[in-house]
Ligand binder design. Structure first.
Ligand code: HEC
Length: 193
């Protein structure tokens, strides 16, 4: 085989090896989809949380959150065809433990927040190789707002009723002690490629 055809063969082998890696444009389109699905989850849950706080007070809203947060995530997953969930290194829902990619994504977002980026639009994504194949992963920051402190703030400042309800519903709760400006967690989106 002469050098030119050897080179042509190597290039085609290389390209075949890369087949399936989404282009930058394809990744940007997937990020836009993930952003849309995350926005839908945040908006729906935020709306129901606000209504529940108004109608039932913070203690009643805890039950709404417990029941509805996973349901809404499942609904948005079904609608969008993406796997979507909320996770936090200090999780309240026992199922909300971040995996390695999610933990690293949140740490990266926290650095960017500390460097002055706006929290509301803070997100990141990556195509990763796993034993199950390639995946598109996406994370959107969930910044702590004043309303979150009712149930995620300094326990010394939280009402006894809320603390009692949280202790009953979430005996292993780690999700208190937050202040505005911190990240409560992320919305995580996963899409097998
Ligand atoms: C009325 C109380 C209440 C308020 C207010 C509240 N949360 Fe929560 N939060 C909860 C409960 C209860 C859970 C656990 C839900 C579940 O079981 O999935 C939770 C879970 C979460 C989770 C999922 C990860 C984990 O720890 O399990 C995130 C992220 C989160 N909350 C962010 C926020 C943010 C951001 C705000 C403010 C915009 C907020 N929460 C306001 C009660 C509340």
């Amino acid at each position: 085989m002469d050098r030119t055809s050897w080179f042509a063969l190597s290039v085609s082998a290389l390209l075949a090896g890369c087949a399936g890696t989404p282009s930058a444009e394809e990744q940007a389109a997937m990020a836009a989809d993930a952003r849309k699905a995350s926005g839908a989850l945040i908006q729906q849950l935020g709306g129901e949380l606000k209504a529940a706080l108004g109608e039932k007070g913070p203690e009643g809203a805890i039950s709404v959150c417990k029941e509805r947060a996973p349901q809404i995530a499942a609904e948005v997953s079904k609608r969008s065809g993406l796997e979507i969930r909320r996770v936090s290194p200090k999780n309240r829902n026992p199922a909300g433990v971040p995996d390695a990619w999610e933990a690293q994504a949140q740490a990266g977002l926290e650095k960017r927040l500390a460097a002055g980026e706006k929290p509301d639009t803070l997100d990141t994504w990556q195509v990763v190789s796993t034993p199950q194949g390639r995946q598109f992963r996406y994370a959107k920051a969930l910044p702590v707002q004043p309303v979150c402190l009712t149930c995620h703030g300094d326990p010394a400042a939280m009402s006894d009723g809320v603390k009692a309800r949280l202790a009953a519903e979430y005996p292993l709760d780690k999700a208190t002690g937050y202040a505005p400006g911190m990240l409560r967690g992320i919305v995580s989106v996963k899409r097998p490629l």
